[in-house]
Design a protein around this ligand. Structure first.
Ligand code: MOS
Length: 767
């Protein structure tokens, strides 16, 4: 997600490379906080109803919004009759392109580090229709029911224009090579096709993945108001600062004229950002002079919030008789709208996966008139690993080599595309640990060899992978406050919490670094007024926060040493000779030279001290190829009579650097795996190819795993710190979903002998 943005900020010039550092020795296990399981600090508020989510926040005099959605894919609005809606009970305003205030286009994602617009379209500025489901009118009323009723009274007439809403036509119209965040999705090393043709063993197959829609528990919502020329928004956001900036751009405001807060988010996965509804609600609030709450229905999300686009992938591997890869081809197609820049970059994980001298990777795009695509948990890797890791399983069958062994045999000693050394890669250990714990040895190599009554039982495996990223722009503000002899810290970061435990992990990291008990550290986040910019995306937020906390803490130590002065036992020491320990500063190699924070502040006649500092620039991954890895094991049962597939056991063995909080980490891994099971077995957005309308816009028809679909999921990890990441830790939000669909498909093959290359693996494909 962030690589392209980062490269704009820090050019990849060799003279700018710096050797990787070592993980912060002060964020180790010194105080016993890192690596200790801690429950989410906001957990009690959430389970007792004390946490007000975006659709529960209240402003005095607030009114409710409802949206009408286009029913054609392309064309224009010929007429809108709003009279009946305007006359309906409780209605204050019907806003369309005819009376909406002027708004600029939102700068599109990737166009600058702070831009998070979903597409390059103006909203409610003209009569044009660009996708089936585009908002065409907004009603404000005194109650939600009145607004919903009035929307039903709108009479919209369309003039349809020719549109491309079926894949065959889109392909026939021509394809082009894709860019992702401004970078070409292509790598060519050696002669892959030539080496493939000459290889002793080869697989060459096509794999398909469908569109996926986002389904966090909390549908999108915002409650907002204008306070003079200041826009106040309570949103559900995983990109708080950037979203506030983009809203300011849309309404021609200075950044400090937008205050966006988002303390609680009911799941994000890439979709909790800026879409049309916040812009429309803010415009309607300005026009009506009333605060507005807009809460999308589940169907509203399907109409206006983008998802993961479909892919058609070719994976071809040529290998010698002993299983060494000689050629790897991973190419194919993804689909985009003409109005955004988000292909599904399914080759990203393949770039660093295996040792192979001849490599060809390329993503092409076709265009369809539909809603803008967006990021969805491990964009690229989630579906790319399905194709790659299925093909490796097919090759293992052909070679008669155990699939775990085949993968280990092709471990690269440096990054095969960038040539950079790996910062940390312990995937072989993850495979060995996982195989032993799962009982992989018991797997019969031949398919269909094991059954229990009607059930055919099989085991499969796959590798998961996701990069380590760290975006620039993170800052931390640390404030120490003295209450008698006690010291309390507030640590503020412009970060987003989607429910994964960021605030908790930040408290752990800050408490460890400050040498304070966890309950003396408060974390501020989810507020655009906090300095800096961090985003819960690309699994990089934890590393970005950690680096900023380290910098701010170093600045705090410098400030405290100045305040301590010549009468302190610390007199004459420099900041790098001193660490925090037990509510005090102490000389690192002689902890008897120490003074408590409270004593330093008291002598300086201060009640508090506050510092703000940016994190170091993320040079580490310019010098190292940095990735997380997993070894995944799955056991399925397939019913011989009905074709029903049941996941019986699943194990994820992860290699993601140092794990900061094992409790929230295990939940992240499990949650990713559950989402991967959905991708493997049920998730699929159905489009009506005649008109581009999504046909299953509800959880009744778009299936995600429920409790009965999910067995006990075992997760383990190597816990080996990455020596080149600031805290030795990698973000882990996305790795969990990667590889899962292949592990399931490979287990289904082992159970039945049927190879399914087209997701989802529904029962009809096995009958
Ligand atoms: Mo993620 S798809 O970077 O929320």
């Amino acid at each position: 997600l962030v690589m392209g943005t980062l490269q704009k900020v820090v050019p990849l010039a060799p003279d700018r490379w710096m050797p990787g550092g070592t993980p912060d020795p002060l964020i180790a296990r010194k105080h016993g906080l890192i690596g200790k399981p801690v429950s989410r600090l906001d957990g009690n508020l959430k389970v007792t109803g004390g946490a007000a989510f975006a659709a529960e926040h209240r402003f005095d005099g607030m009114v409710y919004a409802a949206l009408a959605y286009s029913t054609i894919a392309r064309g224009r609005i010929a007429a809108i009759d709003t009279q009946a809606a305007e006359a309906a009970p409780g209605v204050l305003l019907v806003m369309t392109h005819r009376n909406a205030p002027h708004m600029a286009k939102a700068p599109m994602f990737g166009s600058s580090p702070s831009a998070v617009g979903p597409h390059d379209l103006a909203i409610f500025q003209d009569d044009r229709i660009h996708w089936n489901g585009q908002p065409v009118a907004c009603v404000l009323a005194e109650t939600q029911q009145q607004a919903d009723h009035a929307v039903a009274l709108l009479d919209v007439t369309y003039a349809a224009a020719p549109s491309t809403t079926d894949l065959a036509t889109a392909k026939a119209n021509g394809t082009e090579q894709a860019l992702f965040m401004g970078q070409p999705l292509r790598n060519a090393i050696g002669d892959a096709e030539g080496a493939l043709a000459k290889a002793a063993h080869r697989v060459d197959q096509r794999y398909r993945t469908p569109r996926h829609n986002h389904n966090p528990i909390e549908p999108h919502a915002a409650t907002l108001k204008w306070d003079g020329d200041r826009l106040i928004i309570r949103d559900a956001s995983q990109m708080v600062t950037q979203q506030a900036q983009t809203m300011a751009d849309v309404f021609g405001l200075k950044p400090d004229q937008v205050r966006l807060t988002s303390p609680y988010v009911g799941g994000g996965f890439g979709c909790k950002g800026l879409w049309d509804h916040q812009v429309i609600a803010a415009a309607a609030a300005r026009l009506s002079g009333r605060p507005v709450r807009i809460a999308l229905s589940r169907e509203g999300m399907y109409r206006t919030v983008g998802g993961r686009t479909l892919t058609e992938q070719r994976v071809a591997i040529g290998a010698s008789a002993d299983g060494r890869f000689e050629a790897l081809v991973h190419t194919g197609l993804s689909v985009m709208t003409p109005h955004n820049a988000m292909p599904e970059p399914f080759i990203l994980g393949t770039r660093s996966a295996y040792a192979v001298p001849n490599l060809l990777l390329q993503v092409d795009v076709a265009r369809m008139n539909m809603i803008a695509n967006t990021f969805m948990r491990a964009p690229g890797e989630a579906v790319g690993t399905f194709a790659l890791e299925s093909a490796i399983d097919e090759l293992a069958v052909d070679l008669g080599i155990d699939p775990v062994e085949l993968r280990i045999r092709n471990e690269p000693d440096k990054d095969p595309t960038s040539g950079l050394p790996f910062s940390s890669r312990h995937i072989v250990q993850a495979w060995r640990d996982g195989a032993q714990r799962f009982g992989w040895d018991a797997r019969p190599a031949a398919p269909g060899a094991r059954s229990e009554g009607e059930w055919q039982i099989g085991m499969g495996c796959a590798t998961g992978t996701y990069p380590y990223y760290r975006m620039p722009g993170a800052k931390a503000r640390i404030t120490l406050r003295r209450a008698g002899d006690e010291i309390y810290a507030k640590v503020e970061v412009a970060a987003a919490e989607m429910g994964m435990g960021t605030a908790t992990t930040t408290a752990i990291v800050a408490a460890e670094r400050l040498g304070l008990p966890l309950d003396h550290v408060e974390v501020g986040y989810g507020d655009s007024d906090i300095p800096g910019a961090i985003m819960a995306g690309g699994s990089q937020q934890t590393a970005a926060i950690g680096a900023a906390v380290m910098s701010a803490h170093a600045e705090l130590v410098t400030t405290l040493l100045k305040l301590a002065g010549n009468d302190s036992p610390l007199a004459g020491l420099s900041a790098d000779e001193v660490g925090s320990d037990g509510g005090a500063l102490a000389k690192l190699d002689d902890p008897t030279r120490r003074e408590r924070y409270a004593s330093i502040l008291a002598r300086a006649q201060r009640d508090s001290v506050s510092v703000t500092k940016a994190g170091s620039m993320p040079f580490e991954f310019m010098h190292w190829s940095m990735h997380s890895h997993s070894a995944l094991f799955c056991e399925v049962g397939v019913n011989r009579v009905t074709g029903e597939i049941r996941i019986r056991r699943f194990l994820g063995s992860f290699d993601c650097g140092r794990i900061l909080n094992p409790r929230t980490a295990a939940s992240q891994f499990r949650g990713g795996i559950v989402m991967g099971l959905g991708m493997a077995l049920m998730e699929e957005t159905h489009f009506d190819e005649r008109n581009g309308r999504i046909m299953n816009p509800s959880l009744a028809e778009y299936h995600v795993p429920v409790h009965l679909d999910v067995p006990e999921i075992d997760v383990i990890w190597t816990d080996i710190p990455d020596p080149h990441a600031p805290m030795g830790a990698h973000g882990i939000g996305e790795i969990g979903i990667t590889g899962v669909a292949a592990a399931v498909a490979n287990a289904v093959y082992n159970a039945t002998g049927t190879r399914v290359r087209d997701l989802p693996i529904t029962l009809d494909r096995l009958l």
